[in-house]
Design a protein around this ligand. Structure first.
Ligand SMILES: [Zn+2]
Length: 194
C-alpha cells in the first residue's frame, strides 16, 4: 500500500517536519512517513496510523533512543489492534454461521417441495436475490423456525404461479414479521403481560 504524495505532505506538516522518534528535523535529516501499525498487521493509510520518521530511525539504525513513551504507545496500539482483529474475526465467523444456518432452514423447507417435469422430480427455482431477501427477514427478527410453515402455506395455496411462489412466500413472511412487531408493541405497552 502506497501512501499518496498529498497524504505524506499532510503528515509531514502535522508533525512539523520533525522525526517523532528522535526529534531530528528537515532539512538536517531526510524524513519519511512511516506506518505506526505495519500494513502487514492491518495498519491502514490513515493519518492516525502514519508518523514522520527520519531515515535512521525508520531503518532502525539510529543511535538516538526512540521516545520510549511513543514506542510503548505503538506496541500497545499493535497489541490492541491484533486483539480487536481476533475479536472481529470471531464475530464474523459467528455471524456467518448464523446466516448460513438461517439460509439452510429456508432452503430445507423450500426444497422439500417438488414438481414433476418430463418425468423428473424438480425443486422450485429461487430468484437470484433470495439470500439477501433472507438476510432482511433475519434482520427483521423472523425466526428460522417460521420458514417450514411459511413455505408450506405458499406451496399449498392454489392459483399461485411457479414464478411467483417465492414472492408469495415472502408476503406471508412479512405478515409474520408484522405480527411479531404487533406483539412486541403489546409487550412494551404492558410489560406485566409477558
Ligand atoms: Zn529519527
Amino acid at each position: 500500500m502506497a501512501v499518496s504524495k498529498r497524504l505524506r505532505y499532510e503528515i509531514l506538516r502535522r508533525d512539523n517536519h520533525t522525526c517523532r522518534y528522535c526529534g531530528a528535523s528537515a532539512p538536517d535529516a531526510p524524513l519519511r512517513v512511516d506506518h505506526v501499525i505495519p500494513v502487514a498487521l492491518g495498519g491502514t493509510d490513515t493519518p492516525a496510523n502514519l508518523v514522520t520518521a527520519c531515515e535512521p530511525c525508520n531503518s532502525g539504525k539510529s543511535s538516538a533512543a526512540p521516545d520510549a513513551a511513543l514506542v510503548a504507545d505503538l506496541e500497545a496500539d499493535a497489541f490492541r489492534w491484533s486483539a480487536a482483529m481476533k475479536q472481529a474475526a470471531a464475530e464474523f465467523e459467528q455471524r456467518d454461521a448464523g446466516r448460513d444456518a438461517y439460509h439452510q432452514a429456508f432452503t430445507d423447507a423450500w426444497n422439500s417441495w417438488h414438481y414433476e417435469h418430463d418425468g423428473e422430480r424438480r425443486t422450485y427455482e429461487l430468484p437470484s436475490d433470495w439470500q439477501p431477501t433472507m438476510d432482511r427477514f433475519r434482520a427483521a427478527g423472523l425466526p428460522a423456525t417460521a420458514w417450514p410453515g411459511i413455505v408450506d402455506a405458499a406451496m399449498g395455496s392454489t392459483g399461485v404461479k411457479f414464478s411467483n411462489l417465492f414472492r408469495y412466500a415472502c408476503g406471508i413472511a412479512w405478515r409474520h414479521v408484522a405480527e411479531l412487531q404487533q406483539r412486541a408493541r403489546e409487550i412494551l405497552a404492558d410489560p406485566a403481560d409477558g
